[in-house]
Design a protein around this ligand. Structure first.
Ligand SMILES: C[S@@+](CC[C@H](N)C(=O)[O-])C[C@H]1O[C@@H](n2cnc3c(N)ncnc32)[C@H](O)[C@@H]1O
Length: 401
């Protein structure tokens, strides 16, 4: 017998979200108080870092220790529910390692996004990335199950979410498929929200969202585990969508865009440079969120690797999909003032990053929230101040300014 009362845990969670300023609308508070998160988390993984830096995931389930399971389910935490596209907590005995591929996102992020979606009674919503179905459940509570369509790429994840939603009393439209295509059958939607990150806003989402409707999605994922931004766009009558980056978020990338673990001989990959030049832009700038965000937008799909040889560090950026690389080595005494950059392949990765970061530096290095975005059928254009920081043509992935 458990001594914990889920309804009380929900109220405590709602209080916490309200006190931290995330939960503002009474209707969303009611949803948090009514939708049982534990139904969407019958089992999940608790994670902790090992001394060697590896993250280990230990299964937690309602059958093992009900009180622990229930209290964790109502923590304001992200709980991983699938690793490497196949490992689930109900089929695991001991700790495992790997890449998280599905989760129940922390409630403050879920609720913060729902608040930013500016929904109203009777609106229809397309959600990309059903995951456990918890956020879908909150949407169903607020808008009614017929107004919610949720797309999940992973069939097993989708089936579990469907069962959890049914258990919570919602027979909604859960669709198994690639959410980058939206779900044309039920379009148009008043709102589109993605709980996985995308390199760019798929134009299908703009087509499937009513003029005046809102799209909310995390942009800028890559091999770097941070440095993504939440884009909020309004669809216009002329078929474009405009908006800005409203804050930082961190989401797992859409499956097709996830980085493939990097391996291989670095010297072989960088043997043939097309351009070699000096740069005063240190790659260390990429340790900070805002420049990392811009760099990921400028070089989508690139992965960052640091290597030390003869006590000299080289920072590599590899776009394995396009067989392009940039390799940066500190000049002279290695104090980081001047770098030599060698670039090879069909796109000059560092040129693209440098030109986006130069616009940002010239504007006085403003915060993420100053970045505006326009998506047309032809291109994505990001603006900082009055200057386009980068323009990304859809047909031709490389960028020009
Ligand atoms: C962070 S989880 C979603 C969290 C979820 N909204 C919740 O509240 O539990 C991200 C989900 O997006 C899914 N996903 C990844 N790429 C996708 C795609 N192309 N289309 C639809 N779903 C995708 C993943 O399988 C994963 O389940």
């Amino acid at each position: 017998m458990t001594s914990l009362d889920p309804a009380r845990l929900r109220r405590t969670l709602a209080d916490h979200l309200e006190e931290s300023g995330v939960l503002e609308t009474p209707a969303w508070r009611k949803a948090v108080e009514d939708v049982p998160r534990e139904l969407f988390l019958p089992s999940f993984f608790k994670d902790w870092p090992d001394p060697d830096g590896t993250t280990r995931y230990t299964p937690v389930s309602r059958d093992a220790d009900r009180d622990e399971w229930l209290s964790l389910a109502y923590r304001n935490e992200t709980w991983v529910t699938q690793i490497d596209g196949r490992i689930t907590a109900d089929a695991t005995n001991g700790p495992v390692t790997g890449f998280p591929t599905s989760s129940s996102t922390m409630p403050s992020t879920v609720v913060g996004m729902l608040e930013s979606l500016d929904v109203d009674h009777g609106m229809s919503v397309l959600e990309i990335g059903t995951g456990t179905g918890y956020s879908t459940g909150l949407l169903c509570h607020r808008l009614g199950e017929d107004n919610v369509t949720s797309v999940e790429v992973d069939p097993a994840v989708s089936e579990r979410a469907d069962q959890s939603l049914e258990a919570a009393g919602y027979s909604t439209w859960t669709v198994t498929g690639d959410g980058l295509l939206g779900h044309p059958r039920r379009a148009p939607y008043d709102r589109t929200i993605a709980t996985c990150a995308v390199r760019r806003i798929p134009y299908t989402w703009i087509r499937q969202t009513e003029p005046g409707g809102i799209i909310l999605a995390t942009v800028g994922p890559s091999a770097w585990s941070y440095g993504t931004g939440l884009a909020k766009l309004t669809v216009k009558d002329d078929g474009t969508a405009t908006g800005r980056i409203i804050g930082r978020t961190s989401f797992m990338p859409a499956r097709a865009e996830a980085a493939v673990p990097f391996s291989g001989d670095l010297s072989a990959r960088t043997a043939y440079a097309d351009i070699e030049r000096r740069t005063s832009l240190s790659p260390d700038v990429l340790n900070d969120w805002m420049p990392a965000f811009l760099a990921q937008l400028a070089a989508p799909g690139a992965q960052l690797v640091r290597a030390v040889s003869d006590s000299r560090e080289t920072v590599y950026l590899f776009d394995t999909g396009r067989e392009a690389f940039a390799a940066l080595t500190a000049d002279g005494d290695g104090d980081g003032d001047e770098w030599t950059v060698r670039q090879g392949g069909p796109v000059a990765i560092w040129d693209a990053i440098e030109s986006a970061l130069t616009v940002w530096q010239d504007a006085g290095e403003p915060d993420l929230s100053t970045v505006r975005l326009e998506v047309s059928p032809e291109a994505h254009t990001y603006w900082i101040g009055e200057k386009p920081a980068l323009r990304w043509k859809h047909q031709h992935q490389p960028l020009s300014r």
